[in-house]
Design a protein around this ligand. Structure first.
Ligand SMILES: Cc1cc2nc3c(=O)[nH]c(=O)nc-3n(C[C@H](O)[C@H](O)[C@H](O)COP(=O)(O)OP(=O)(O)OC[C@H]3O[C@@H](n4cnc5c(N)ncnc54)[C@H](O)[C@@H]3O)c2cc1C
Length: 451
């Protein structure tokens, strides 16, 4: 059998911990953020160095095993049945070069670590809105966060990487391998195991005007329209999202983050304040505090159903439809973010990265999150699908690579179909991983209809 001697081979060859069924920690490490994913790997190799990754991949390859890479463990792809998990979590080193304004992070570092270290030097790069997410996993998927209209997507900041390819050779994305660098910038993974990532940082004052303005839900259309009009014409430094919680009693919040001076930020958000919010929680906050704003809304171990897309426009009619859909009751943690694009996202060099952001003014991300009780699935999934259906007439075909659920295209078309980009990505994947060892099948729950 494929697993024969796997654990022993791994234990003999890697310094990090090797975890198999029955070991303490197996259930924790085989699980991911989404409790609907229940997969049983043959072994989990907790890699503490590049050498560990090379040795783990070799042990898997000798047995012809598929491999899943686990970074922050927030996607559904970080675990698998009957294969090997290469867990790069222990590779969490963060080293800032303040002079060069760059950071080198281990392949398993999270945004919590990077944001805190960079902000000590008044620096930042667009990071995910949930700090427990992995830096590498987010960058490979493009990377979206509060600062994106000012600083661009995370992947635009990737300037180099050390990558262990499936065959065990180490490649250096950058001057040595510009094609691989291009692919790592939002190409959705499947090229190898990133053991180190280098990102360019930007100056960001540790205190920025940020937070949210909360309104009664019955004002959602008025607030949504005002938020849209402001953000469509607002300065690039102004980022944020309109957030709607589930049900008529759910949140209706304008989340804002101004990546510039507090005085200019006050001016930029004045039109929203003029609406007279019931809660004004916009203040000069530390960026690292802003990053934790939604921690309680995103607890690890929830059951999850995600939908997202780019919107060609956001007219009042779209707002009316989506508010009506959001007004249906669902699990309390579920929420919708309507996110403005534009700004730096509009000025990306299409030749510099695999990520493709279509010409669209808005994106939506709908997070269905509910307690780990299976009988809640149907209502919670319906709520998310209802939002997607309401926005469907305005949604472009291009999916966000980090939001493959619930209908993943074949892995290679995650960045937009069989076009020139997809062909280039596929040829890079062929070179880096000819056997397809690192291209996990999406978990079955995403392949079948939700009920
Ligand atoms: C609740 C929630 C909130 C989210 N919020 C955001 C957000 O604000 N912004 C955003 O951009 N995205 C967001 N996402 C999507 C998220 O970016 C992707 O799921 C991302 O790929 C997660 O990376 P990870 O390392 O945390 O997870 P993992 O599941 O560990 O990794 C995700 C993928 O990247 C690959 N990968 C990770 N690390 C490495 C590595 N070192 N080398 C090679 N491959 C690697 C894995 O193989 C896997 O396929 C969110 C997802 C959820 C569930």
């Amino acid at each position: 059998m494929a697993e024969d001697g796997l654990a022993a081979a791994l234990r003999a060859r890697i310094e990090g911990e090797v975890v198999v069924a029955g070991d303490p920690g197996y259930d924790r490490l085989r699980s991911v953020f989404n409790a609907r994913i229940d997969r049983r790997p043959l072994a989990i190799a907790r890699c503490a160095s590049r050498e560990d990754v090379v040795a783990a991949l070799a042990a898997g390859a000798e047995r012809g095993l598929p491999v899943a890479v686990r970074g922050g463990g927030t996607s559904d792809l970080a675990t698998l049945d009957a294969g090997l998990v290469v867990d790069v979590g222990p590779l969490d080193r963060v080293a800032i070069d303040p002079e060069a304004a760059t950071v080198r992070v281990g392949g398993g570092a999270t945004w919590r670590e990077l944001d805190a270290a960079a902000q000590e030097h008044g620096l930042a790069v667009t990071g995910a809105r949930v700090p427990r997410l992995g830096v590498a996993g987010v960058a490979l998927a493009g990377g979206s966060g509060w600062l994106e209209r000012a600083l661009g997507p995370t992947c635009a900041g990737v300037v180099g990487a050390e990558v262990v390819l499936a065959g065990g050779r180490t490649a250096r994305a950058g001057d040595e391998d510009p094609d691989l660098l291009w692919a790592l910038r939002g190409g959705a993974g499947g090229f190898g195991v990133v053991t180190e990532l280098e990102l360019r940082l930007h100056p960001l004052d540790p205190t920025l005007l940020s937070g949210f303005l909360g309104f009664p839900r019955e004002r959602a259309l008025e607030v949504g329209g005002a938020f849209r009009d402001l953000l469509e014409h607002g300065p690039d430094e102004l980022g944020g999202a309109l957030m709607l919680g589930a049900g008529i009693g759910g949140a209706c919040s304008a989340v804002v983050a101004f990546a510039g001076s507090v005085a200019n930020g006050e001016e930029a958000v004045a039109p929203l304040r003029a609406l007279g919010p019931s809660i004004d929680a916009v203040a000069p906050n530390e960026y690292t505090a802003l990053q934790h704003l939604f921690d309680v809304r995103n607890p690890h171990g929830s059951r999850v159903h995600l939908r997202g897309g780019y919107l060609r426009e956001l007219p009042d009619e779209a707002l009316e439809r989506v508010i009506a859909a959001a007004n249906r009751p669902a699990a309390a943690l579920s929420h919708l973010l309507l996110q403005p694009l534009g700004g730096a996202l509009e000025r990306l060099d299409p030749d510099a990265m695999a990520l493709r952001i279509p010409d669209a003014p808005w994106a939506y991300r709908c997070f269905g999150l509910w307690p780990p009780v299976e009988s809640l699935d149907r209502g919670a999934i319906d709520w998310v699908d209802g939002i997607a259906a309401a926005l469907e007439p305005y949604t472009l075909a291009t999916a966000h690579p980090g939001f493959l659920a619930p209908r993943p295209e074949p892995y290679r078309s995650a960045t937009g179909g069989a076009d020139e980009r997809a062909t280039r990505l596929e040829s890079i994947r062929q070179r880096c991983d000819p056997e397809g060892t690192l291209r996990p099948d999406p978990p079955a729950i995403h392949a079948r209809a939700p009920r």
